[in-house]
Design a protein around this ligand. Structure first.
Ligand code: BTN
Length: 162
């Protein structure tokens, strides 16, 4: 960022007292133009752990809000040895929403199941980020007659560890 623009942005934030905690105004889109884009809490990129001890690492998202990552579950409904598994998701843009909703899918590398998570990132007064999520775990069953028992639902709460 051009230093004079950064300094002016910081002064404006301090004066208005309304810039999100830890946010940073990024470079203008062009001469004389301002950008709403911010970096700050709830950008989702990083390492998160839930109350079961499962860990996920999320990449930085692209301009459309799409991200990928890796999920290492601490528990499993499968008998197979647990392995880290890929995930793909998207979130609403953090330049418009400080506490974005998001969703991602984990395609389990060691079982035939798939889990989808939806949730929202919340930031408390001290800047601590929490992901409140709800998931659906779809298990592969032998026949359509067993479809009724193929879906589990639950909730997980994640905290950032990195
Ligand atoms: C399987 O059991 O076939 C794959 C692993 C599923 C792990 C589930 S997904 C929802 C819940 N949250 C976790 O962190 N792990 C379990």
């Amino acid at each position: 960022m051009v230093p004079r623009v950064a300094a002016a942005a910081a002064l404006l934030c301090a004066f208005l007292g309304s810039c999100a905690r830890g946010s940073l105004v990024l470079p203008a889109d062009g001469p004389g133009r301002t950008s709403n884009k911010t970096e700050g809490p709830c950008t989702l990129a990083g390492t998160w752990v839930n109350e079961l001890g499962s860990q996920m690492v999320l990449s930085a998202s692209n301009a459309a809000g799409h991200f990928s990552g890796s999920y290492l579950t601490a528990v499993s409904a499968s008998e197979k040895p647990i392995r880290a598994s890929k995930l793909k998701g998207s979130h609403h843009q953090t330049n418009r929403r400080a506490q974005p909703t998001f969703g991602f899918t984990v395609q389990w590398a060691f079982s035939d199941s798939t889990t989808v998570f939806v949730g929202q990132c919340f930031v408390d007064a001290s800047g601590q980020e929490t992901l409140e999520t709800t998931w659906l775990l779809q298990e592969e069953v032998a026949s359509r007659a067993d479809a009724w028992k193929a879906t589990r639902i639950g909730k997980n709460v994640f905290h950032r560890v990195k």
